[in-house]
Structure formats: C-alpha cells, structure tokens
Design a protein around this ligand. Structure first.
Ligand code: HSE
Length: 415
C-alpha cells in the first residue's frame, strides 16, 4: 500500500482525489500496488466529503509522516507551493505537480534537489492539462533533435479567439463568457496577457533543449489588442489568428522563444484547434511534425495527468525517472527583434492608396487585404519578404513619419 498526500482541494485537487478513488482498482493494477490518500491539505473544511477524515491544515503533519512517500502539489501559485515542494523533496518524498507557475519559475532548482535525493519530480499536468506532452518529449521523441515547438497552450484565449472568429463576438463579450463558464484563471490577465501560455512554452523549451528558460526572458504579447477587423483580415489572407507559444533553436546555440497572437494558414494543423482545446506541434528532425491535441484545462483531464504521474512515482519509487534540465543565464534567449518573419499590418491614413504605395516600396513588396465595410481610412496589408522584427519596426516608424498611424501588427507564422 502506497500512501500519498494531496496539497490543495480546489478544482484540480478534488479531481485528483476523485480519480484516485473512482479508479482505485485499475490504478492499483497499473501501479502494481494500492494507493491510499493519507492526507489532503487545505485551509478549508470539507465535512461532507467522503474523505473528510483525511483533511489536515498542518503541512508538517504530512512532512513528518514517513509513510507518505509521494505528494501531489495542486495548490497553484508560487507560495507556499514552492516551500512545500522543496521541503518534501528534501525529506524523501517524490512530488508530482500541475503547477505551471512553479515549474516555470523553479523547475531547474527543484529538479536538482530531486536528483540529489534520488527522488522524482514530475509535472505532466503543468502543460496541456490532460494532453500527454512532457513524457512524449522526454521519452518517446528522445531520439530526435527537436527543431521547433509551437502550440496553442491556453484554453481561455483560444476560446475567446474562436468566439471572435466563428461568431463575430467582441473580445470583451467572449472574455465575459469564458469567465462565466469558469475557463479563465482567477485573474484573467494571466490568460489574456499571455503569461499562462508563456509559462507553458518555458517548460516545454526547458525540457526539449535542456536549459531552464525563465518567463521574464520571453517576449510575451496577449490577445487584448486583437479586434474583429483583424479576424476578418486574417480570413481574407487565408487563415486564423491564434495565440501561439513558440520556441526554436538558432544557429548560435541560443533559442528564439516568444508568445504572441499569430496568423496561421487555414491548412495548418493548429488552425482547427478551437474552443478550450490546446494543440501542440513538435517538429522533430526525424519524425517531422507531431501534433498533440486535447483538453488543456479542466478538473478531470488535469487530474488524470496528475494521477498518471503518481502511478509513475509508485512504479519508480526506488529509481529516478530521468527528467532534468540545467539552469541557464538570460543570454541563452535570443533577442526577439532578430526573429525573421512576415508581418500583417493594420493602419489608419488619410490617403490609403498613397500609403499602400509607400509601404510597397519600403518593404520591397506588400499585399493589400480587404474586408467588407472597412472605413475608408483603414489600410491592411502583409509583407511579402522575410525581415527581422527590428527592420520591420524601423520601416513602420518611417510610415508613421509619413503620416500613417500603425494600429496593429500580427506576425504571420509558418506552421
Ligand atoms: N487558464 C488556463 C487555460 C488553465 O485557460 O488554459 C489551464 O492551465
């Protein structure tokens, strides 16, 4: 009998308790041992829970119980989650977590402590909820050099963009609906400003390329400035706008990583990843593109990934799963302004035809986009030649000096 503790009884925590209880028999068969929930840590009381006798408010009770060998941290946030996880790993307990904020900020440090103590620190649920992605990258695709990862990593923003694309709903209305349906984080800024997706691409980048990438190093843009006009122009271009987290190797041993709304062609495997679903494309040198798709959030999908990690820990209680990356310094991340891209531009000008001609000359070729009922002073176009973002920015400044106002730019991604 393996005894486990669950830190937190919120959405994911209660899901973990539910899955461990409802699937006890099949889980025991797979783990080759029964798993018993010894403690659930929460500051609240749950007198009506069938597990009411397992609740504790005292973390030290869990820490000091030598029978508890595996702890699931599903509280979220950095504090006190980090202190608790660190204490567990320093006291002989393997830890599994769904906490992307924790892994993105402290992954290298916690993996090192786990390694030193011959314990496991697993976090399949931290990216893509119920979608298997950490194990596939670290094990199934291990023979490949990962060339690039690009993903729709945040369900809330994908839901909002889908509503804008399919139902012409405004950003504000779609956000309100996402909140009503319980998809958004407590503070929706983490979703709509791209921070949640940023944490997830940091975890994938760290895993795929072997060095820790901290969220503050990553150029991150959210979807708050995307309008229905941009959605219509994207359609005219032949694609859709998605919030993409992407990372690839550069020739100088660094990585190019960013989170931003991007236009992707309708034929892209990510273009039809809609609603709260996530989709992650891993480009391997041997496999080519492999795409992972499924529910990236929600109680039971996320709990399923946490419980799978618990089972893995039970099976490897005396052996370490090889999951590790080194720490790194900020110069490991390339300046995003060196990123070469095509760019969609929406601008306001008194004379759009004249502005178009100027843009065409400046960028060495641009294509104009149109949409039904566009105001006369609105011009939208996309650049036709790959250029670094620094050069594009410079040329856009020149356009502004000629009297135009640049209202929106969106990168066009080759996905
Ligand atoms: N708020 C997150 C999302 C939850 O919408 O994807 C899962 O990490």
């Amino acid at each position: 009998m393996m005894k486990v503790a669950i830190l937190g009884h919120g959405t994911v925590g209660s899901g973990v308790a539910e899955v461990l209880t409802s699937h006890a028999e099949s889980i025991a068969r797979r783990a080759k041992e029964e798993i018993e929930i010894q403690y659930i840590l929460d500051i609240r009381d749950f007198p009506d829970s069938p597990l009411h006798d397992r609740f504790t408010k005292d973390f030290n009770q869990i820490l000091q119980d030598p029978e508890v060998k595996i702890v699931a941290e599903v509280m979220g946030g950095l504090h006190p989650a980090f202190d608790y996880v660190k204490a567990c790993l320093e006291n002989g307990k393997s830890v599994v977590t769904s906490n992307k904020e924790l892994v993105a900020a402290k992954g290298a440090e916690l993996l090192k402590i786990a390694q030193k103590n011959n314990l496991n620190f697993l976090f399949e649920a931290s990216v893509g909820g119920g979608i298997p992605i950490i194990r596939p990258i670290s094990q199934c695709l291990a023979a490949n050099e990962v060339l690039e990862i690009a993903g729709i990593l945040n369900g809330t923003t994908n839901f909002i963009l889908t509503k804008m694309i399919r139902e012409s709903m405004t950003f504000e209305d779609a956000l309100a609906l996402a909140q009503k349906l319980g998809y958004a984080e407590r503070n929706p800024a983490a979703d709509i400003e791209g921070h949640d997706a940023c944490r997830k691409i940091c975890i994938l980048a760290s895993l795929a390329f072997g060095k820790h990438v901290y969220p503050e190093w990553v150029h991150t843009e959210g979807i708050t400035k995307v309008t229905l006009s941009d959605v219509e122009y994207a359609d005219a271009w032949g694609g859709v706008i998605k919030l993409i987290g992407s990372v690839k190797h550069t020739d100088n041993g660094k990585i190019m990583i960013m989170v931003a709304p991007m236009m992707i062609p309708r034929e892209s495997q990510l273009a039809n990843v809609d609603d709260v679903f996530n989709g992650i494309l891993v480009r391997g040198d041997e496999t080519g593109d492999v795409v992972f798709y499924g529910k990236g959030a929600g109680k039971l999908p996320t709990a399923s990934a946490v419980v799978a990690d618990i089972i893995d820990c039970v099976k490897h209680v005396k052996a370490r799963k090889y999951l590790y990356w080194d720490d790194a310094t900020a110069d490991y991340v390339e300046d995003y302004r060196k990123n070469e891209t095509l760019m969609y531009v929406r601008a306001t000008a008194e004379d759009c035809d004249a502005l178009f001609d100027k843009a065409d000359a400046l960028f060495g070729g641009v294509s104009r986009l149109s949409r039904f009922d566009a105001p006369e002073n609105e011009l939208a176009f996309y650049t036709e030649k790959l250029m670094s973002e620094a050069v594009i920015e410079e040329k856009l400044q020149q356009l502004q000096q000629m009297g135009a106002q640049v209202d929106m730019t969106i990168r066009i991604a080759d996905l």
